[in-house]
Write a protein of this length. Structure first.
Length: 150
């Protein structure tokens, strides 16, 4: 039996492929040069948004409700490397913790634990900003807002 290796967090998972199955293609992400200063690159991107002449820095965020949607622990994304820079940028722009929410998009995965949240976001001061797991299975907390063209 043939097996393939797929990335899972910082490790790889060996997945057996039944005899007779044909592997058509293997897709890998395009390599990019490593950023030396992730936070600095992020601030530069927020200061030069694609499709907008107004940087986020020049917007009045004092009375805006801001939801920061974050993927869950099952995704090996490096959010901890830049999450603090995003928060500091928003707070410096006038955003207030009471008008902000961190929402973990779970898909159909289980809720994240406090320890997993710390691992995902890193050792960052949340400034009292609440966080919630998206309640994908609680219809009372969901609203149908339309259907896309797809």
């Amino acid at each position: 039996m043939t097996s393939i290796k797929i990335p899972l967090g910082s490790e790889e998972l060996s997945l057996p492929i039944p005899d007779g199955w044909k592997i058509v293609d293997t897709v890998r992400p395009n390599p990019h040069p490593k950023l030396e200063q992730v936070g600095g690159a992020l601030v530069d991107a927020l200061d030069h948004p694609i499709g907008s002449a107004t940087p986020l820095r020049d917007r009045d965020l004092r009375h805006k409700c801001i939801v920061l949607c974050v993927d869950d622990i099952s995704r090996p994304t490096p959010i901890r490397e830049y999450f603090g820079a995003v928060l500091e940028y928003l707070l410096a722009g006038g955003a207030t913790p009471e008008n902000m929410l961190i929402l973990f998009g779970l898909g159909a995965h289980r809720d994240m634990t406090v320890e997993e949240v710390r691992h995902k976001l890193g050792d960052v001061n949340l400034h009292g900003i609440p966080w919630h797991n998206h309640a994908f299975n609680d219809e009372k907390k969901l609203a149908h807002i339309g259907t896309t063209s797809r």
